[in-house]
Design a protein around this ligand. Structure first.
Ligand code: PEP
Ligand code: MG
Length: 585
């Protein structure tokens, strides 16, 4: 028995038999060849590339018709790698120089590429590692007679263990029989994590070496709630986890009962609970978790992993589909929040010294008016079909907000002239995620219909702590008094100017922070759908008067993040029976 700790990205407990996927598929033994065989080997390589390309185009088409373009576009990056001249030339040079078989030459070059990409200090580029892996396996499959493993036809229930799971693995997976995931790499926002959450199966990622530690058939416990993995557990551990698993299922069923109940405190204070989405196909999960609205639709994913930019019509169709499915609930579409750790393959942007502080989000859109207006027109057109709101990211001053609104107005006038229908009274919001915006929120509030506090970035910018740098993660403090003061000021400005204010960063889904936000009188909380029932339960178990008092005292009497956290925890424990066991374990 062995226990490993990784990152729990989808909660729950499962015990199952390992299905090890893609183990050492790219390790190929060295085979030397006669000089005269070289042209033959090169031809074999070219043939394998052509076959892989045809295979990928086929998958892209299938996924596009079954799951929509956002998913199928992921394969554009694969196709680009496959056509990479340097990679192709490196393999041919290796065959010629070493007089080795193509499969071996290809596997050597591939491993060199993988190694180089793994070293890159850039999350987006590091994510390409799994695309390269996937391509490598496919090409090798065509070069050798090895059978490519898939998850499409499983004869029994399994927990899948792999170095990583590629979008093509998950997209063609037999969903009935896959009951858990564990992978070496990945983080909370990796494709595997998003997929596990939407399938609602336990998953642990970032385990580093799990694909080398287990073999198919091993028994494995995955505890996605605590990010734990137990290999070949003994009987006592199995029994303990069987009972944990049952408790979790019972708990989820209990939370399910809250689905149709309001998010309301015991003394009748209402908050709107909304969901954050990245892809339109998450709506089923949004609705099943009882979200009252979509508080943040991160549209940049729509622009990612593709070689071209989405046209107005394509965007309109996607936004309309979201509105139609959510109707009569409302949907907030956030305009393109490119930059920081989110880059687009279709735009050749120069490298910047400080990408989080650079030419990004609304700054980019206000320069590339062509791209921005296409999106605004698509949003406006979709607004005719339901309650759609638009929101700008990264507003740092009043001029940006005014310019964005001017462009929105221009789009409205164009559509009017063209006789195209839209909601003339579409509600417009600003994200408050830069400290300057929080500090001038009183002025901003006069020119929008709502605010949404982006706590992820507000913390990053206010505390000068890169949100994706694990070395300084200890400084990323949601309950830092400076953060709470910026939030408080934003909420007060909004209410003074009679507009509503929500919070759509991760703080909204955290038990302590969400109650503090409630106590500061935020009107809406938007989070990953699966967090909603728990937050609703917490809200329904308190009195507004108590949480208001706790938030007020926390801000007044405590001066460090840790003290505020400790004080709030102790107070919530007093008013919510079982708070620690239920919400913090
Ligand atoms: C935020 O910054 O808090 C936010 C919700 O947006 P994102 O995480 O997409 O930057
Ligand atoms: Mg943000």
């Amino acid at each position: 028995m062995k226990t490993l700790k990784g990152i729990g990205v989808s909660p729950g407990v499962v015990i199952g038999k390992v299905k090890l996927l893609h183990a050492d598929e790219i390790d190929v033994p060295r085979t030397e060849i006669e000089e005269s065989y070289i042209p033959n080997e090169i031809a074999r390589f070219e043939d394998a590339l052509t076959k892989t390309r045809a295979e990928l185009l086929g998958i892209r088409k299938k996924i596009s018709s079954e799951m929509g373009r956002e998913h199928s576009d992921i394969f554009n990056a694969h196709l680009l790698i496959l056509e990479d001249r340097t990679l192709i030339e490196d393999v041919i040079a290796q065959i010629k120089a070493e007089k080795v078989a193509t499969d071996y030459a290809f596997s050597v070059v591939l491993q060199r590429y993988l190694h180089a990409f793994q070293q890159i200090d850039d999350e987006y580029l590091r994510e390409r590692v799994s695309d390269i892996h996937d391509i490598g396996r496919r090409v090798l499959h065509h070069l050798t007679s090895r059978q490519r493993e898939t998850l499409s036809n499983l004869s029994e229930q399994v927990v899948v263990v792999s170095h990583d799971l590629s979008p093509s693995d998950t997209a063609t997976m037999d969903r009935k029989n896959v009951i858990g995931f564990a992978t070496d790499i990945g983080g909370p926002t990796s494709h595997t994590a998003i997929m596990a959450r939407s399938m609602e199966i336990p998953a642990v990622v970032g385990l580093q070496n799990i694909s080398k530690e287990v073999k198919s058939g091993d028994k494995l416990i995955i505890d996605g709630t605590h990010g734990l993995l137990i290999i070949n557990p003994d009987q006592t551990t199995i029994e303990k986890y069987l009972s944990e698993g049952k408790k979790f299922v019972a708990y989820i069923l209990e939370l399910e009962k809250l689905r149709h109940l309001k998010a309301e405190t015991k003394d009748g204070h209402r908050v709107e609970l909304a969901a954050n989405i990245e892809f339109p196909d998450e709506i089923a999960s949004v609705i099943s978790h009882g979200a009252e609205a979509i508080g943040l639709y991160r549209t940049e994913y729509f622009y990612m992993n593709r070689v071209d930019l989405p046209e107005e019509e394509e965007q309109f169709q996607a936004y309309k589909m979201v509105v139609d499915q959510m109707s009569p609930r409302s949907v907030i579409v956030r305009t393109l929040d490119l930059g920081g750790d989110k880059f687009l393959s279709s735009l050749d942007l120069s490298n910047e010294m400080n990408p989080f502080l650079g030419w990004r989000a609304i700054r980019f859109c206000l320069t590339r008016v062509d791209i921005f207006k296409k999106q605004l027109r698509a949003i406006l057109r979709a607004s005719h079909f339901g309650d759609l709101k638009v929101m700008y990211p990264m507003i740092s001053n009043l001029e940006e907000l005014r310019r964005a609104n001017e462009l929105l107005q221009e789009c409205k006038e164009e559509l009017l002239k063209e006789g195209i229908e839209f909601d003339e009274d579409i509600k417009v919001g600003a994200m408050i995620e830069i400290p300057s915006a929080a500090l001038i929120s009183d002025s901003l509030a006069k020119e929008v219909d709502f605010f949404s506090i982006g706590t992820n970035d507000l913390i990053q910018y206010a505390l000068a702590v890169d949100r994706v740098n694990e070395k300084i993660a200890y400084l990323y403090q949601p309950t830092h008094p400076a953060i709470l003061k910026l939030i408080q000021q934003t909420i007060e400005s909004a209410h003074k100017n009679n507009i509503w204010v929500g919070a759509c960063g991760e703080m909204g889904g955290d038990p302590i922070s969400s109650l503090l936000l409630l106590g500061m009188k935020v009107d809406e909380l938007s989070m990953s759908p699966f967090l909603l029932p728990k937050v609703k339960k917490a809200i329904r178990s308190v009195n507004m008067s108590d949480v208001e008092r706790i938030a007020e005292k926390a801000l007044l009497n405590y001066h460090t993040a840790e003290d505020i956290n400790q004080f709030s925890k102790a107070e919530f424990k007093k008013i919510i029976p079982g708070f620690e066991e239920e919400y913090l374990s």
